[in-house]
Design a protein. Structure first.
Length: 420
């Protein structure tokens, strides 16, 4: 009876919060009619090409794998159903963003360790935050891979933690699709195995990890075979690994995105596979020849990755104005950026407060509820190896919402206890 009551209470919470998330995102799409620019335009054009049956072709009309196919492939599937348009892509983002709310609830419910009453309050506050979190909403109007990647990643994480074997297999499929969207997702099963070792038997954990890795790699096989056939080289996902390494570590690197390190490679006009390999060699040579410079870049890479949560609004403003760069912003623009930045800073404060409270209680370690901090470090590691980009931290925000919500709930409970 208690379990049934709990399930009914969850439904009464999840359904309205999911609807709220959808409504907020639809309103934002209506208010912010941004056209896709830069990479977002690239994603859209490739998706239209796939939907029209001409294949995954670059701007030169030749087969490409420069950016991962996951998001354009998803958009192409949506376009096959609803027709290709920017609005169709935005509506798909709104739906996926809203569906993240129940995913967060189920995952947080599984990993969070707390008393039943505190856990209930923390989950409620956490998914309310996710439903209306400014940057989570702002990405709905961008033709960006961020929302899809977050959805696939959270789905894979949740299903990895399930007790049903079919769930693990399905979760592995999600991890594979997430890898086709952003390649670093392939390391997530190792992260999950490290943090779930205290709650899953060792033999079962090894089985889950093996199944997940094999199935996820299997998802990549058709695309890797296509790349070998049309590009003439081994390209598991995309041909920008060397390019990204060069951007972050080559001559002229500043920790964030800059095209200066790419000038030499682009001047040669090589096919993209050869260009990527050359970029990799130049980047590795730069790292080896001056490791001190690379170490000095690390703080700036972390800064570019995690400091700014208002980038989504700036991309929206660029899309509204139809340009890849904006030379100046109005006071209203800056006020909007502040509205995105303040909640982001607050959830960081709450999350670090939660971590300190756990440290004081001596309960830190490789436990499931700390997997979010493991993921934050993992994303940070990826940024340190390549370069920092604010939109890459998008999928850590659900965990920041969870930790800050549980911290606030704990503070309230402590005050209530002291007042009694």
């Amino acid at each position: 009876m208690i379990q049934i009551a709990k399930q009914r209470g969850s439904v009464h919470l999840i359904v309205p919060m999911t609807l709220l998330a959808l409504v907020v995102r639809l309103l934002w799409i209506w208010v912010m009619p941004a056209a896709p620019v830069s990479d977002f335009r690239w994603y859209y054009d490739r998706a239209v090409g796939l939907a029209n049956g001409i294949g995954y072709l670059g701007v030169d009309g030749l087969p490409t794998a420069y950016l991962p196919v996951g998001y354009p492939g998803f958009l192409a599937a949506v376009f096959q159903i609803a027709g290709p348009s920017v609005m169709t892509g935005k509506l798909a983002n709104a739906i996926l963003g809203a569906m993240t709310v129940p995913l967060c609830f189920l995952l947080f419910d599984r990993i969070l360790v707390s008393s039943p009453e505190r856990k209930r309050k923390s989950l409620r506050l956490g998914i309310i935050m996710m439903a209306v979190f400014p940057s989570q909403v702002a990405y709905a109007s961008l033709i960006s891979d961020s929302i899809l990647f977050q959805f696939l990643l959270l789905s894979g994480m949740l299903l990895f933690c399930t007790t049903a074997r079919w769930g693990v297999v399905l979760g592995a499929v999600f991890i594979g699709l997430a890898t086709l969207t952003r390649p670093y997702a392939l390391g997530i099963p190792l992260l999950l195995a490290a943090f779930c070792g205290s709650t899953i038997a060792r033999k079962e954990l090894r089985t889950r990890l093996l199944v997940t890795m094999v199935v996820a790699l299997g998802v990549l096989v058709p695309w890797t075979a296509r790349n070998a056939r049309v590009l003439g080289g081994l390209v598991p996902v995309s041909t920008n690994a060397g390019i990204n390494l060069l951007i972050g570590n080559g001559p002229g690197a500043n920790g964030g995105f800059t095209e200066i390190p790419l000038e030499r490679v682009r001047a040669l006009g090589l096919p993209e596979v050869d260009a990527d390999r050359l970029a990799m060699r130049i980047a590795l040579r730069a790292i080896w020849s001056d490791p001190v410079r690379i170490v000095k870049l690390i703080p700036m890479k972390v800064y570019h990755l995690y400091a700014d949560d208002a980038q989504a609004l700036r991309w929206n403003l660029k899309g509204v104005r139809g340009v890849d760069s904006v030379r100046s912003y109005s006071p209203i623009d800056y006020a909007g950026m502040l509205c995105l930045q303040i909640p982001y800073l607050l959830v960081w404060v709450g999350s670090l407060g939660w971590l300190v409270s756990k440290w004081r209680k001596g309960v830190l370690g490789l436990r499931p509820e700390l997997v979010g901090f493991g993921f934050i470090l993992y994303v940070g590691f990826v940024g340190v190896v390549s370069f920092g980009n604010p939109r890459y931290h998008y999928p850590v925000i659900p965990f920041l919402c969870l930790y800050s919500a549980d911290w606030v709930t704990g503070l309230r409970s402590g005050r209530a206890d002291r007042s009694m």
